[in-house]
Design a binder for this molecule. Sequence first.
Ligand code: ADP
Ligand code: MG
Length: 731
Amino acid sequence: MPLSARQFAVQEVLRRQDRALPHLSGGQAPSISSVYGASTFSDVVMQAKLPKSVYNKLQDTIRRGQPLDKSIADVVAHAVKEWAIEKHTTHFCHWFQPMTGLTAEKHDSFLAFGEHGEAMERFSGSQLIQGEPDASSFPSGGMRTTFEARGYTAWDPSSPIFIMDGPNGRTMCVPSVFISYHGEALDKKTPLLRSMRALNDAALPVLRLFGNTTAARVVPTVGPEQEYFLIDRAFQALRPDLLSCGRTLVGARPPKGQQLEDHYFGSIKSRVQAFMQEAEFELYKLGIPVKTRHNEVAPAQFECAPIFEEANVAADHNQIVMEVMRQVARRHEFALLLHEKPFAGINGSGKHNNWSMMDSDGRNLLEPGRSPRENLQFLVFLTATLQAVHRRAGVLRAAIATSGNDHRLGANEAPPAIISAYLGAQLTRILDAIENNVEDAEETQERLLKLGIANLPDVEQDYTDRNRTSPFAFTGNKFEFRAVGSSAAIAHPMTVLNAAVAESLVDVRGRIQRATESGMPIEQAALHVVRELARETKAIRFEGNNYSDEWVAEAERRGLLNLKRTPEALEQLIRPEAIEMFTSTGVLSAEEVKARYHIDLERYLKDLDIEVETLVDLARAHIIPAALQHQTRVAQAIDAVQRVKGQAPHTQMEILDACTGEIGRLGERLEALEKLVRDVSGLDEKARAPRYAYDVAPAMEAVRESCDRLEVLVQDSLWPLPKYQEMLSVS
Ligand code: ADP
Ligand code: MG
């Protein structure tokens, strides 16, 4: 008998070798520092290639956030071109993040013609600064009508220019924002940059209140920990669901899933390590500070974490990390799965966004200090962040809402859909003490000592015992927003967090100022405000197990939102108070917010439409035919026995009945699913979305259940789809 496609795939996989590269293996790998940033227009290159005055002006933009001086554009462009050509680069593109959550690029060559028609390379200042992609097919959420669909891309000098290797040539990428001719943000980067400005503008005055006169800027810092799965490409090719939806829509649980918990931090298999090492090498060249690699909890699941950077650079870099890992995985015959829940019953993937604020003197504002005053400042920034999470929990929830993340949030291994914050025992004790400490005549300094604020540096030691169940956890000197999905572009959730904290800091500054104006010294005023905030944010603080049912009930008593699915979460984005937050901070206009709401909602519906179609196809074209084949074989076997023995054998009849019954049930469930989708197809998006979440999704689950039952009934060699066990045991 010829091999089935699935059996052939297994054979292929068994023959795989580690992909060892001559320039990396056998002790040939160069030191990281010698390749780091080699493919970027780095500070070193700028200093070497730019006249001093131009270099200084450019630095004003890059480091100090000043607007770009257009008069230097031609000089910079020339230097960039010289550098790119030295690096054998033939093309350039403006590289940006449209609202699809992916990145976009349109390549142009440096080709131009000289006076006598001779071919030459050219790259002008205006080409560096501005591009005009034919962008009418990017989603605009209704902000642009088609006749004025032209938007333009503008260079974002705060993110380094980089060169991407292609198989047969190199392309220079100019990180850019994408805006309409009326100045509306058509991308994810512009709002992020605006939110960083808002945070800076709100945080600096608070620092000044504490007597800081040296800091020139405050920036949010982000370190996104990227989780992902790797499976063999031969298996992916036989799974229409993985190809179209990024996740398996059917598949019975394997006998060995993650029960043994033997994968986490286990030794990394060499074929996987070969992938990681090549990917990291590529990322180092691009100046992306990937630092940590390890196995994750689920089989075939891994993590890659960078050293944190300023939020906008971190956002660009995370997009590049995902893209480079995807490309390198392919070279190793792996498929990279970034979906939040590729396999039911197996841990999903997230992207923990570690977030803090840093001033231009390099001080982390969420790092406890050495003196009581420093620690009061720390507590002000800490509680301001708590206030932001408390007031804007709904918008934060909306910012991470996707069909993929719906499978993860609230499942019993991921943060729940309820947004709460974890502080740890010591800080909780301190906030409680501050809260309960009635204003008395005691000297502030003395009181601070009593409250334990003077010796906060011990905080970190207290954090060895982490609460891994919290969606928003303080981890010693930063918050970790864990509910972000693994496939997400981090720009949007980070935009919302920055905006919320900026809004909160404006309020906090006002309160402290009012207190000092009424004659309180700064310490007392700050303590007073921290006390108010500790009291006001109590509902959002939760130290217990976020996975427990008790918490769901408790959160409801506390009046916290529990938005389980994307449609209801997205509604939070367009509530008046959310729009107020975006507009008051100058991060998004009301129209820009609504555009994002429409795009996200539409995306959700499209995701589910594709999933439904794929599932129906899987069931009808793959699973039912296999089950019928099996059924025929069993029936033939029964016939044969009957001919000899004169009666139908009991066990065989049971097998046949089970199979026949399940095929029938699957048929009914498929019809029910298709009818549901037809019934809601006439509704507008807003009405259709909840029907998808609460009717269509369960109907899909019912179809899946029948498929998965058939998987264990049908003779293994007849089953067309690679099974979980095969896909998850990469080697
Ligand atoms: P942990 O084990 O506490 O999660 P790590 O030191 O491994 O901590 O850091 C996890 C991630 O958090 C890394 O990407 C790291 O760069 C990032 N990180 C550390 N400090 C900060 C900070 N101040 N702001 C943002 N991210 C940070
Ligand atoms: Mg962590």
